[in-house]
Ligand binder design. Structure first.
Ligand code: GAP
Length: 447
């Protein structure tokens, strides 16, 4: 994880937020390559949820919602973590994470195990960030930053049902920021207080929920594997009854083998009719489906695949990270699936003279409309290749002296290091074809 964090900072993928003021506990900013990478992760999610299907529609609900939403959803009462205080050092800890934490006093031990630790009983701490709406901080003006995007989908269910011309089984998908006042955030962007979720609520007839639950487990596992995650680093872990969230009757986590051990990447839950019923009760509105053909009326049950965009981005980075020895030098390379790579192709003139930069600029201009491309003429060609390897660019085009004679360039593959000679005019089609081709991690072959 330290190597990933260092690479992210060095290449400007992700770095601490507000750093000139000393940072703000576990908040991070995404720089250029980080934005491109996370955007590709989200685009692939949208592709799988919308573009390749006919039964899911998109939504972008507001982050600020009526506080009644959180009363109805149970978050005001139940979205809590158990918290203990140490009377000695004044620190607060998650009671269910004590074995993974360290008391700030020496000798370092888990809280409660140090010679002077004096922990209180555990108490429930609500994770929602509170703020006020309007110019006056008066009672009744309290609202919350949403802790999950899902509730926007539930409260908009009747509106979407009416306008989308869909009927169960169908889904509503949403990507957006969520906020949780985590007691122990950490491990880089794995657990932060502000993060992005990619959630989809799939509405089905009550009797069909178990079947759709199994279906989405398989679909979601496949998504990660198709995007290059090594299958032996992924697993499904069903929740024990005492782990289930207040709304769920059945949940399985997609877990990834992060450097910190097996950890949740995505939760897939059978939420039953909990949410629609709760909002119907609290709002007095009908949140149900009426099938005019059969005359049947029911409250749909919901299967929810809920993923984290930041956590998925981190998993793709961890899985892609590789080091290899080449001619006595260590090459650091991010072996991303080409569709996830922030930059698809780099255009590099071999030298900064002899008319090569001019041709390279022409090549760059022809590729830019097709894919995210980058032009680089600074430094030795070897250094420029290393730079592209480190940001995971799958292909580099080098314009050399032969180009001036026959208008061909070398196309270098990041993983195999093979160099093919390609005509300039064929490049956009060649790159587009390679992007569409099936891909598997070269780390699998090496293992
Ligand atoms: N609507 C259901 C829900 O929110 P969750 O398991 O609490 O379920 C879904 O969250 C996903 O959101 C997680 O699997 C994780 O990827 C991401 N996530 C949750 N809390 C996070 C945090 N503090 N930092 C980063 N990602 C988080």
């Amino acid at each position: 994880m330290d190597k990933i964090v260092a690479l992210c900072k060095r290449r400007g993928f992700v770095f601490p937020s507000s750093e000139i003021y000393g940072g703000l506990g576990s908040t991070y900013d995404y720089g250029h390559y980080g934005v491109l990478l996370k955007r590709n992760v989200k685009d692939e999610w949208w592709r799988a949820m919308l573009q390749e299907r006919d039964d899911i529609v998109a939504l972008d609900a507001a982050i600020l919602m009526s506080p009644k939403v959180w009363e109805a959803s149970g978050h005001l009462e139940s979205f809590t973590d158990p918290l203990v205080d140490c009377r000695r050092c004044g620190q607060r800890f998650r009671a269910d994470h004590l074995d993974q934490l360290e008391c700030p006093e020496k000798p370092s031990k888990p809280p409660g195990e140090g010679p002077n630790c004096d922990l209180t009983e555990a108490r429930a701490f609500n994770l929602m960030f509170e703020t006020t709406i309007g110019p006056v901080r008066e009672s009744g003006a309290e609202i919350y930053l949403r802790p999950e995007t899902a509730q926007g989908i539930f409260v908009d269910f009747p509106q979407v049902l009416q306008t989308s011309r869909k009927k169960p089984p169908f889904g509503i998908a949403q990507v957006g920021k969520s906020f949780r006042n985590e007691i122990t955030p950490g491990n880089f962007v794995f657990r932060t207080r502000e993060f992005e979720q990619m959630e989809m609520e799939f509405f089905v007839a009550p009797g069909e929920a178990p079947r759709w639950f199994e279906y989405w487990l398989e679909e979601r596992m496949r998504w990660y594997v198709d995007l290059g995650i090594r299958p032996d680093r992924l697993r499904l872990r069903p929740h024990d009854a005492d782990e289930l969230s207040h709304y769920s009757s059945q949940t399985s986590d997609v877990e990834y083998l992060f450097p910190i051990g097996w950890s949740e990447l995505e939760g897939i839950a059978n939420r039953g009719d909990f949410d629609l019923r709760a909002h119907a009760e609290h709002s007095g509105k009908k949140l149900e489906y009426f099938d005019s053909g059969s005359g049947e009326r029911y409250v749909p049950h919901v299967i929810e695949p809920a993923a984290g965009a930041d956590r998925a981005t981190l998993a793709f980075m961890v899985d892609a990270y590789d080091e290899e020895e080449i001619e006595g030098e260590t090459r650091t390379v991010l072996r991303f699936h080409p569709r996830l790579a922030p930059v698809k192709v780099a255009v590099l003139p071999l030298v900064r003279k002899d008319g090569l930069p001019e041709i390279a600029q022409e090549v760059y201009a022809s590729l830019k409309p097709v894919v995210q491309a980058e032009y680089d003429e600074g430094g030795s060609i070897g250094r420029r290749y290393r730079r592209q390897d480190e940001i995971g660019t799958p292909w580099s085009v080098t314009v050399d002296h032969q180009t001036t004679k026959d208008r061909t360039v070398t196309l270098r593959d990041r993983d195999s290091l093979e160099q093919a000679r390609v005509a300039i005019d064929d490049l956009p089609g060649e790159i587009a074809g390679r992007l569409r081709a099936p891909w598997r991690s070269p780390k699998l072959a090496a293992a």
